[in-house]
Design a protein around this ligand. Structure first.
Ligand SMILES: [Zn+2]
Length: 400
């Protein structure tokens, strides 16, 4: 099951070359998971526009929210378990604007780091031994793991979001230049120090329509808008005559961060034989999330800002999962790899091993480029993973 960890990075290079029209030899797999050529009308619509999924599957991924794996202090045990169950990519959550599970000089170091040491180094070492790729999961705007003191400091400096009703939120304000600098510096530091396969963005959005209406957003929006001063702040921007313009401006703040991180990934990967792969966890229902959360991931994909997109299709209903993936296949086209999220143990959603395998099969039938399971925890390691096998035996055999 061990494979070179650089394979995905090489694929990313191949895909970039395809996008600019250069002929590149990419390994091709032409059959569905069941070994049958696809025949449905939907697939007939989609297939001619989409590069065929490399064989074997390059992205059989699992998120890990804790950043410690399932066994704190023992990444090797987690990596061995994931390899046995057929996973080849792990997405460990290692940083947010207010915490890092490694000895960062840019972000506050976490309790997890103090208790268990450098989690990025530990995860990378174990992953290399067991043939897993590591795509470090970064929480972008939500202040996860923040101490009260740090939140107070950010609030004093006007760097937290404020709702239209004046409530301070524990989310960084995306229009603040200091916040943009902090997030980019955190990425630069991470990529300078660790040879990760990829970076995975999460909370790359506003908390919803309620943010952000802080004084900084008011000043910066007015300064940048051709229409200038807002007569009735924040009402005109929240749901009045300037709301459409304000919604565009919010989207541009988030997209601007994705652009900056994309550039950092390209620069850092150059010395490592290919770009650092950039992926993101996004909402499943697109374009609905464009206005509410200012998360315009279809636009990011169109512009080539992401290599891999992981819509969080967390549902217990197979028909709903399938419908979402079907729509996403059309949105993504050939511009990125689509690896939908499966909510095995997500908020309000819990799947059996059989249900997870059914959703994986559904994704394969629709010719996605892989899938991403949520979440590696002590509980899923004990109850779910021993019953789950995610390797695609048919495709593995074909690749031999
Ligand atoms: Zn703001």
């Amino acid at each position: 099951m061990n494979r070179p960890a650089t394979s995905l990075r090489m694929m990313a290079v191949a895909w970039c070359a395809l996008a600019i029209g250069v002929a590149v030899a990419v390994p091709l797999g032409s059959t569905s998971a069941a070994g049958e050529p696809s025949r449905s009308l939907l697939q007939a619509d989609v297939l001619p526009q989409k590069p065929k999924t490399p064989s074997p599957e390059a992205w059989r991924a699992i998120w890990n929210h804790s950043g410690t794996g399932a066994y704190p202090g023992n990444w090797d045990r987690s990596a061995r378990l994931l390899d046995e169950r057929g996973f080849n990519v792990v997405l460990p959550n290692m940083l947010s604007p207010t915490t890092a599970h490694y000895p960062s000089d840019v972000l506050p170091r976490s309790q997890t780091f103090r208790r268990h040491g450098d989690q990025v180094a530990g995860c990378l070492k174990a992953a290399r031994r067991h043939g897993l790729q590591v795509h470090v999961w970064m929480v972008c705007y939500k202040c996860l793991g923040a101490t009260r003191d740090r939140l107070d400091e950010l609030e004093r400096d006007g760097r937290l979001q404020v709702s239209a009703q004046g409530e301070v939120l524990d989310w960084l304000c995306p229009s603040s230049p200091e916040n943009l600098r902090l997030l980019v510096a955190a990425v630069e530091e991470l990529l300078d120090r660790y040879a990760v396969d990829g970076l995975h963005l999460d909370y790359i959005r506003y908390p919803g329509r309620k943010g952000c209406y802080c004084d900084g957003c008011r000043r910066r929006f007015q300064a940048q808008s051709p229409q200038g001063r807002v007569r009735r702040w924040p009402t005109d921007c929240f749901n009045g005559e300037r709301s459409k313009e304000y919604a565009d401006w919010r989207r541009q703040r988030v997209t601007g961060l994705v652009e900056r991180i994309r550039n950092a990934c390209r620069r850092h990967g150059a010395g490592q034989g290919g770009a650092v792969v950039l992926s993101a966890a996004v909402f499943g229902y697109y374009p609905d999330c464009r206005n509410s959360f200012a998360q315009d991931w279809g636009h990011w994909v169109q512009r080539g800002l992401l290599d891999v997109v992981c819509p969080m299709n967390y549902t217990e209903r197979l028909d709903e999962f399938t419908l979402l993936v079907r729509r996403q296949v059309k949105t993504v086209g050939r511009r990125a790899r689509l690896c939908p999220g499966i909510g095995a143990a997500a908020a309000g959603v819990s799947l059996s091993a059989k249900q997870v395998e059914e959703q994986i099969d559904a994704a394969r039938q629709l010719h996605t480029d892989g899938f991403t399971v949520f979440d590696l925890t002590p509980a899923t390691a004990e109850r779910l993973l021993p019953k789950l096998q995610v390797a695609n035996e048919a495709r593995e055999d074909e690749a031999r």
